[in-house]
Design a protein around this ligand. Structure first.
Ligand code: GLP
Length: 241
């Protein structure tokens, strides 16, 4: 595991460099996209490079990590809509190239299995962007998630719902209770994991991720087993290392 400590703007550029290098090497690369605030500067940087440096996503595919269940199709916080706003609509992905778990499906179990198959038939994810929750969750794999898990339905913890209430007018009642999320084993199948974390609130999660014992209680710790994992953190998030 490679840990880089740098200011947030620098971290976003480093993550964008990784994605750009992959796309230049293989324009049909498969990217793993994350939601949350952590990757936003990366998306800004990729959109800038698309506009100014001709970085193209036209042949690429993308898979999102997770999605809320029980949220309106046009809700701005539905992760598919967030990804559309923050990155997909700002670059040149082909129609249908960006995929996410279908949190609106009637049969959610089948939707999870379909999603696993879609990732596999695309050849797997080449570069997976990740954030981390204050409780150590990655995607929506909350503490206690099986380290061998694949895409499935999960219940959000009280902590995550509180953390995410800021996206729902600070109204906890509006925050969904359930989600579909890639499992930890799904995420571990990606060829390169790039996790971003900034701010003091992430210091404990980053400490556990990098230095703690591998445990389902800190789901991010599974990344210690990955052959190619990069952890990009600012001074505050690195303050407990
Ligand atoms: C959500 C997402 C995660 C993300 C986490 C941290 O729960 N499902 O993928 O890593 O939030 O979010 P932020 O980057 O806003 O701190």
């Amino acid at each position: 595991m490679e840990v880089v400590i740098a200011p947030a703007e620098e971290l976003a550029k480093l993550a964008a460099d990784t994605i750009e290098a992959k796309l230049r090497e293989n324009p049909a690369a498969v990217l793993g996209l994350a939601t949350g605030s952590s990757p936003l500067k990366v998306y800004d940087e990729l959109a800038r490079r698309h506009a100014e440096d001709g970085l193209s996503f036209a042949e690429a595919k993308a898979f999102m990590l997770d999605e809320y269940v029980g949220i309106d199709a046009d809700h701005p916080e539905r992760y598919r809509n967030v990804i559309e706003t923050e990155i997909a609509s700002r670059v040149d992905f082909a129609p249908g190239a960006v995929n996410g778990p279908d949190g609106l499906a009637e049969d959610l179990v089948a939707a999870c299995a379909d999603y696993e198959r879609a990732i596999e038939s695309a050849g797997g994810v080449d570069v997976q962007l990740l954030g981390i929750g204050t409780d150590g969750h990655i995607a929506f794999n909350e503490p206690g998630s099986s380290l061998a898990s694949r895409t499935r339905i999960k219940t959000l913890t009280a902590q995550t719902r509180e953390d995410n209430a800021r996206f729902f007018e600070d109204d906890l009642d509006q925050v969904p209770q359930h989600c579909l999320t890639q499992g930890l084993a799904t995420i571990m199948s990606a060829k390169h994991l790039v996790l971003l974390a900034t701010g003091k609130g992430k210091a404990e999660a980053v400490h556990q991720l990098v230095e703690g014992p591998i445990s389902a209680m800190w789901p991010g710790t599974i990344m210690q087993m990955h052959p190619h994992a990069t952890v990009l953190v600012d001074e505050a998030a690195a303050s407990r290392l």
